[in-house]
Design a protein around this ligand. Sequence first.
Ligand SMILES: *[C@@H]1O[C@H](CO)[C@@H](O)[C@H](O)[C@H]1NC(C)=O
Ligand SMILES: *[C@@H]1O[C@H](CO)[C@@H](O)[C@H](O)[C@H]1NC(C)=O
Ligand SMILES: *[C@@H]1O[C@H](CO)[C@@H](O)[C@H](O)[C@H]1NC(C)=O
Ligand SMILES: *[C@@H]1O[C@H](CO)[C@@H](O)[C@H](O)[C@H]1NC(C)=O
Ligand SMILES: *[C@@H]1O[C@H](CO)[C@@H](O)[C@H](O)[C@H]1NC(C)=O
Ligand SMILES: *[C@@H]1O[C@H](CO)[C@@H](O)[C@H](O)[C@H]1NC(C)=O
Ligand SMILES: *[C@@H]1O[C@H](CO)[C@@H](O)[C@H](O)[C@H]1NC(C)=O
Ligand SMILES: *[C@@H]1O[C@H](CO)[C@@H](O)[C@H](O)[C@H]1NC(C)=O
Ligand SMILES: *[C@@H]1O[C@H](CO)[C@@H](O)[C@H](O)[C@H]1NC(C)=O
Ligand SMILES: *[C@@H]1O[C@H](CO)[C@@H](O)[C@H](O)[C@H]1NC(C)=O
Ligand SMILES: *[C@@H]1O[C@H](CO)[C@@H](O)[C@H](O)[C@H]1NC(C)=O
Ligand SMILES: *[C@@H]1O[C@H](CO)[C@@H](O)[C@H](O)[C@H]1NC(C)=O
Length: 462
Amino acid sequence: MGAHRLALLVFLATLPQLLLAGTTRYYTFNVTMQKVTRLCTTRAIPTVNGKFPGPKIVTREGDRVVVKVVNNVKHNVTIHWHGVRQLRTGWSDGPAYITQCPIQTGQSYVYNFTITAQRGTLFWHAHVSWMRATLYGPIIILPKSGVPFPFPKPYKDVPVVFGEWFNTDPEAIIAQALQTGGGPNVSEAYTINGLPGPLYNCSTKGRVGTYDNTTVAAILEYAPAGHIKSRPLLWPTLPVFNDTAFAANYSAKLRSLASPDYPARVPARVDRPFFFTVGLGTTPCPTYQGCNGPTNDTMFSASMNNVSFNMPTTALLKAHYDGNTAGVYTSDFPATPTEPFNYTGTPPNNTNVANGTKVVVLPYNTSVEVVLQDTSIQGAESHPLHLHGFDFFVVGQGGGNYDPSSHPAGFNLLDPVQRNTVGVPAGGWVAIRFFADNPGKVIHTPLGKTAQTDELEMGLLD
Ligand SMILES: *[C@@H]1O[C@H](CO)[C@@H](O)[C@H](O)[C@H]1NC(C)=O
Ligand SMILES: *[C@@H]1O[C@H](CO)[C@@H](O)[C@H](O)[C@H]1NC(C)=O
Ligand SMILES: *[C@@H]1O[C@H](CO)[C@@H](O)[C@H](O)[C@H]1NC(C)=O
Ligand SMILES: *[C@@H]1O[C@H](CO)[C@@H](O)[C@H](O)[C@H]1NC(C)=O
Ligand SMILES: *[C@@H]1O[C@H](CO)[C@@H](O)[C@H](O)[C@H]1NC(C)=O
Ligand SMILES: *[C@@H]1O[C@H](CO)[C@@H](O)[C@H](O)[C@H]1NC(C)=O
Ligand SMILES: *[C@@H]1O[C@H](CO)[C@@H](O)[C@H](O)[C@H]1NC(C)=O
Ligand SMILES: *[C@@H]1O[C@H](CO)[C@@H](O)[C@H](O)[C@H]1NC(C)=O
Ligand SMILES: *[C@@H]1O[C@H](CO)[C@@H](O)[C@H](O)[C@H]1NC(C)=O
Ligand SMILES: *[C@@H]1O[C@H](CO)[C@@H](O)[C@H](O)[C@H]1NC(C)=O
Ligand SMILES: *[C@@H]1O[C@H](CO)[C@@H](O)[C@H](O)[C@H]1NC(C)=O
Ligand SMILES: *[C@@H]1O[C@H](CO)[C@@H](O)[C@H](O)[C@H]1NC(C)=O
């Protein structure tokens, strides 16, 4: 008894030291098929360790995370640690054919990275084809031991992960969309923590009737233990899903702390400005049978500065590392649109896009500004931009066309919000700034709702 207590005391005394130094957290992600039932439909889906959503990673700022991913399904798999800064660990970032070749059936891969200067909740997901539809989960990053969050300590944390449920195989859906050039079939439900909530048919016992498929709901009950009672639900009044003005108003209120402990290192000066149009164009239908683009002889094609991304078969990072880029990528991605037009006005007559695997290579520590301009070529849409392994500051946004002579005067360079993903407003623009201080990282836009899963990659390879 005495010896046990002593051992425990010693353990408690050394634990904070270990945590301050940064510990290594080991995980094994076994990708296996698992039968899951949602909306009265049972499907075998790819999962991590049989869980849907997948297991959470819990770590602390300063820790090393080592995840061995074992692929036991018939599809190729990679895992991306969305929002993790991955300083000098580009091989562990996860996007297929950008920083690694996919993990093939029966193979494994070890992701090994350190959490640096980050805390909060991020998420991991598969990053090849549409495998992310079922392979995803939260990453919880606690502050260093003994360091509080910059807000009052919560009584309890509940990770909330948004997703979608498909009654059919998502891989068949994206394969069909890529072939026909039409928009991919939409999911049957939006989900919270893998569950469709009470609004959908067959989501809970006996629920039938009309529902709003732009919405998903979950009910969080909180009360002293043993005191949870059934009460009438008070549904909040929500803005409609496409209320861009409301969303812009809300986003404009978000700010960085910009305090001595949590400074906002916004580039005040820009070495390399970029202006990228983002949106859908067209590609001629390769078959005579007809396609499902805006006309039956065209396919929808996502592009940036009119370049649609060709997925390489050699990972970009490997080609760069080997110094063998010929035939993999070219470093001539245009810094501005080659043929300017009224981006939010009447589309040009010829909407066909060019294609290629083009990147921008930047010297280390370049200060970068990227203005992303939505185009209305096939209808204005909000497209998300995510930087792999980077955070950036959102210094300005607005509707209509970006005006380089007047808009920069309104930029917030003091305490703008720091993010790893931003929605380019439908029919508008957004300006971001960051230092290219993370060698081997790549920018891309996961363009939603498009036939092509085209992603445009801007490589920061030096
Ligand atoms: C992964 O799961 C499969 C199927 O359940 C099992 O046969 C295998 O032993 C597991 N592998 C690891 C590394 O856990
Ligand atoms: C899986 O990855 C390998 C290696 O990159 C590749 O050769 C193969 O075509 C991929 N399979 C599919 C179905 O994409
Ligand atoms: C993770 O990376 C570190 C630094 O390169 C290395 O020392 C360690 O051995 C790696 N761990 C594994 C399990 O690969
Ligand atoms: C997509 O939806 C269409 C129309 O409902 C259907 O005919 C087609 O089979 C679906 N495709 C897949 C891959 O489920
Ligand atoms: C939900 O179920 C009702 C009753 O069966 C049916 O009329 C309705 O079309 C269903 N809605 C959807 C979106 O499936
Ligand atoms: C909602 O359902 C309608 C009719 O089935 C469909 O056209 C629309 O795309 C769906 N919306 C979303 C956001 O899934
Ligand atoms: C939102 O979409 C509806 C159709 O689903 C449309 O009638 C309405 O004009 C749209 N609102 C905005 C602000 O775009
Ligand atoms: C946006 O905010 C302004 C000022 O707070 C307000 O007047 C306006 O009604 C808001 N617009 C929307 C669409 O919420
Ligand atoms: C394509 O559309 C044209 C004009 O609407 C029509 O005449 C033609 O039959 C269509 N072709 C196919 C293969 O559907
Ligand atoms: C661009 O098109 C929009 C919508 O038609 C129009 O309001 C705007 O004046 C046009 N801008 C220019 C510079 O022509
Ligand atoms: C587009 O086509 C229309 C109708 O053929 C023509 O009037 C217009 O000049 C064309 N616009 C451009 C920019 O070529
Ligand atoms: C891609 O561009 C090349 C010319 O650079 C062209 O031959 C090819 O047809 C294009 N492919 C698509 C799908 O647009």
